[in-house]
Design a protein. Structure first.
Length: 154
């Protein structure tokens, strides 16, 4: 299941809803990403995420489908926010559930690595003074993290 939303993420509510009544789940992996107040040594006072509705959901659904094809998952969830957020606010939630922890861990890590490189979001960071803003470029470290999954057939 995927969702792109402006509203804050409620981790407890999302986790409870995803796992409700599914007693086949033996392992759950969770990644909750938050806006930081620093990026590459620069102060960050806020981040604005933009996306194209429809295109973004389609891309996230394709990424989630790839995880489901690689691992046996009982449930999965991607929630990604857009709009303006300040440091400390949660920006992305990935939950994967499986009968065994290994599949849940690997699928969760795969989803985050691919979201960082393949999800169509554009990030605009404001500096600590709130007067200067710059678009965030892709990072080589994110590409390297995602590339390791390509070796297994992506």
């Amino acid at each position: 299941m995927i969702r792109v939303q402006r509203e804050p993420i409620d981790l407890g509510k999302e986790l409870d809803a995803l796992r409700a009544g599914n007693h086949a789940i033996g392992g759950t992996a969770i990644f909750l990403g938050s806006v930081r107040d620093m990026n590459l040594g620069d102060k960050v006072s806020a981040m604005t995420l933009e996306h194209y509705p429809g295109m973004t959901e389609k891309a996230l659904a394709a990424i989630e489908q790839q995880a489901k094809e690689r691992w046996t998952l009982d449930a999965s969830l991607i929630v990604h926010r857009y709009g303006r957020m300040e440091p400390g606010e949660d920006i992305v939630l990935v939950i994967t559930c499986s009968a065994h922890r290994e599949a849940a861990f690997e699928a969760c890590q795969f989803l985050m690595d691919w979201l960082k490189t393949k999800a169509p979001f554009w990030k605009l960071e404001e500096d600590g003074a709130g007067q200067d803003a710059k678009w965030v470029d892709a990072r080589e470290s994110d590409d390297k993290a995602a590339a390791r999954w390509s070796k297994t057939g992506a």
